[in-house]
Design a protein around this ligand. Structure first.
Ligand code: NAI
Length: 329
């Protein structure tokens, strides 16, 4: 299959080349998919994309007109793809459903610990040879109540680590995970979770039901000093509301691997540009906010699984016209 690979970063290349074994004709580009760049896929049967590519209805139509029949996203999330339009156009879309839930869960924990225990500030002071401990006081996770919104693969992996720390676990999910019982995770309505949790970690997908799931009324009922961890999708939290509650001191800390308007921002070099997103600039200005640029997935194990599954999706399409990871809207 001839495949145009959009947004393919240098760190992904070796794994993809190795997984492919020369089977498919892959064209690598760091260019992201958008209406203006769809024509790059001319002559290809498939495209491979990533989370911040735009696979909305109009873009899919443009790809379809060029003869593209398959869209393989190298991600678990697929909120960037208009699945209803793909179905109408008879295009197949597949994802990588579980490349490494542990990679994302562990990153969330790393962020939580780094912010809470002031690791970043401590290092900066260490390099300045300021060995005072003022301002570096954190809190124990042991004994805290951790609320997990979305207890699928990543959420339950995060919950297990928190269980190991000795936290009390609450969960909110329309589809309870059978593993929750083993670690004493109790399902409660979202409102109760928000009211009771010292730490809230988001692990549900972004869709029409979860857009701004955490907005002004939800922040209003949270505990004073609550910590928020979001490694899922930025759009699940209304950034303006988060900023207001950080400014008031209600939110004690926020660990964000994703951001509402990260498209066009994350994954590329903006060192020489003047950032225009005032909310992003404000968010970064808080000392109790830790932002990483959507790197939760970035482990060697996850990259290997992403590459292997993406190539397996292409193999399946070439051989059978469908893949076990095909998505339905
Ligand atoms: P999953 O499908 O295994 O789990 C998602 C869970 O969310 C399911 O149990 C589902 O029932 C639940 N859910 C759906 N609607 C909900 C709602 N309104 N309230 C509470 N729970 C709800 O997905 P997985 O693999 O755990 O991934 C979760 C999300 O993490 C992905 O959708 C993606 O957006 C994000 N992600 C982020 C990465 C990163 O690098 N930061 C990498 C991979 C995924």
């Amino acid at each position: 299959m001839k495949v145009f690979c959009y947004s393919l970063k240098p760190f992904e290349r070796p794994g993809i080349i190795q997984a492919n074994h020369g089977k498919h004709e892959l064209i690598f580009s760091e260019q992201s998919l958008a209406l203006a760049s769809a024509n790059l896929a001319e002559g290809c049967e498939a495209v491979s994309i990533f989370t911040n590519d735009d696979a909305s209805g109009e873009v899919l139509k443009a790809l379809h007109r060029l003869g593209v029949g398959y869209v393989a996203t190298r991600s678990a999330g697929y909120n960037h793809i208009d699945l209803a339009m793909a179905r109408r156009l008879n295009m197949r879309v597949a994802n990588v459903p579980a490349y490494s839930p542990h990679a994302v869960a562990e990153h969330g924990v790393a962020m939580l610990m780094a912010l809470n225990r002031r690791i970043v500030e401590g290092q900066a002071l260490m390099h300045m040879q300021d060995f005072r401990l003022d301002m570096l006081t954190g809190f124990n996770i042991y004994g805290k109540t951790v609320g997990i919104i979305g207890t699928g693969q990543i959420g339950i992996a995060f919950a297990k680590i928190m269980h190991g720390f000795g936290a009390r676990l609450l969960g909110s999910d329309p589809q309870p995970n059978p593993e929750a019982d083993k670690i004493g995770l109790n399902y409660v309505p979202l409102e109760d979770l928000l009211r009771q949790s010292d730490i809230i970690s988001i692990h549900c997908p972004l869709n029409e039901h979860t857009k701004y799931l955490l907005d002004e009324p939800q922040f209003a009922i949270m505990k004073q000093g609550v910590y928020l961890v979001n490694t899922a999708r930025g759009g699940i939290v209304r950034t303006a509301a988060l900023i207001r509650h950080l400014a008031s001191g209600k939110v004690g800390g926020a660990c964000l691997d994703v951001y509402e308007r990260e498209n066009g921002l994350f994954f590329s070099d903006h060192r020489h540009s003047i950032l225009q997103d005032e909310e992003f600039i404000r968010l970064r200005s808080f000392k109790n906010v830790l932002v990483t640029g959507h790197q939760g997935f970035l482990t060697v194990e996850a990259l290997r699984n992403i590459a292997d599954t993406t190539i397996a999706n292409l193999d399946a399409w070439e051989q059978h016209g469908h893949s076990p990871n095909d998505l339905q809207d």
